[in-house]
Write a protein that binds this ligand. Structure first.
Ligand SMILES: [Zn+2]
Length: 248
């Protein structure tokens, strides 16, 4: 998940972000100013207030509609989704900071947070999770270690592979790809490895349908998915090994 591309899939497709609040920000501001000019509680003020509320609900409706459409599509087309277990929560916490340790770049980071909340990343992860369980799929979260630096072609790990924000260029084998796509390819690879460990009993299953890696919570930035063929095998073997826990 990212700001420029809301969600990128490992096959290279991506969903453009819908910044519902940003789109309506100017209109909303104007309506609120108009409301503030009215005498409070008289009928014109009430009309202006109703207008402001209509805009608010339109923003929310558009966002919810978009999130439900994307999560439904993804959960119906993929049996296993690997999602980067990353810094959404840390990012949004860090911006304001505490009184003892005020955050750095507060203005820039609060702008980023605004976009994260506007695009609804938390809701996206949550919806994806329960919709996959409905459809008998799996959500695997993986720690995003080196996922943006590893070359999917030759495996070379270097920060120099990512010299520009949007582009990945391997310094060993000159592999060039969109940086988001490289990230999700690596997340999928780590997710497969993790899923295989759980199937073979090397790692305990935390819960049916939801696989978390490490200590991370349901945070996400980048997300990708597996193909049905690969995961059907994993699923049937899981049912054997963990019995009643596989209710999905
Ligand atoms: Zn390479």
């Amino acid at each position: 998940m990212g700001l420029a591309r809301f969600a990128t899939l490992s096959d290279g497709t991506f969903y453009a972000p819908l910044n519902s609040f940003r789109q309506h920000e100017a209109v909303l501001c104007k309506a609120q100013q108009a409301m503030n000019r009215k005498m409070k509680f008289n009928s014109n003020w009430k009309k202006a207030k109703a207008k402001v509320q209509r805009i608010h609900s339109r923003i929310g409706n558009a966002r919810r509609d978009y999130l439900h459409k994307t999560t439904t599509t993804i959960s119906q087309n993929h049996a296993m989704v690997c999602i980067e277990d990353s810094q959404v929560r840390n990012m949004s916490k860090a911006a304001a900071g505490t009184t003892e340790a005020p955050g750095r770049n507060v203005r820039a980071e609060s702008g980023l947070n605004k976009s994260i909340f506007d695009q609804g990343w938390f809701k996206f992860c949550h919806q994806l999770e329960y919709k996959l369980v409905w459809n008998g799929g799996w959500l695997v979260t993986v720690l995003p270690q080196y996922t943006s630096r590893t070359c999917p072609c030759c495996g070379h790990i270097s920060a120099a592979n990512r010299q520009r924000q949007a582009q990945f260029l391997c310094i060993e084998c000159d592999f060039v790809e969109n940086a988001d796509v490289v990230g999700v390819i690596n997340v999928l690879r780590v997710g497969h490895a993790r899923f295989a460990c759980e199937v073979s009993g090397a790692v305990m299953l935390p819960a049916a349908g939801i696989h978390r890696s490490g200590s991370g919570a349901d945070q996400c930035r980048s997300q990708i998915n597996g193909r049905r063929g690969e995961t059907a095998l994993g699923k049937s073997r899981l049912t054997c090994s963990s019995g009643s826990r596989c209710s999905a």
